[in-house]
Design a binder for this molecule. Sequence first.
Ligand SMILES: [Zn+2]
Length: 208
Amino acid sequence: MILHTVPVLFQWLFKTRLWKKSAGEDTLYLTFDDGPVPGVTDYVLQELAKRNQKATFFVVGDNVQKYPTLAQEVISEGHKIGNHTFNHLNGWKTKNPAYLSNIELCDRVLWDVLGIKTELFRPPYGLIKSSQAEQVSKFHTIVMWSMLSGDYDQSLKSEVVLRNSIRYTKAGSIAVFHDQLKTTKVLQKILPPYLDYIQENGWKTDVL
Ligand SMILES: [Zn+2]
């Protein structure tokens, strides 16, 4: 079972992490994790461009190195890029020095390949030790979420993923999707109707 929203108590316990934004009442923050991956990220870019919507992409440094043109396209389309480590590491399973240097490596690739610096970081799997978060938050805003689409959960039917995504989308929501190979099929089903839904209902989108 997935928790599509994050309990308030939990958000309060981890105040140093960003769970939602309180900008305009009709603004949403779409985020896509794990790319850039050819065949998926370009699809997402295309769908966002059709509706003139903006998103934040938490990229894996290794993928940026492999697919620099696609990563560059994310930026030139007006979206924002955040750090998602170089090797998609699980913070709970990684020693602090290795975890921190993997984040640094991703930052370095973003600078070398794309010429950008990002203040945004999202821990893969949402898992980060407090001691790691303490270090990371000196240089980055740790971005969590308030709406988890469940697009990566292969046991869920796409209609369910879409329905839940719509149900739990609220003002200031930080919504998580994944542009990776495993979610390609489900994204093709849910992304167009979800993006249409938010547009038809007057929601604006913005980068973080
Ligand atoms: Zn991830």
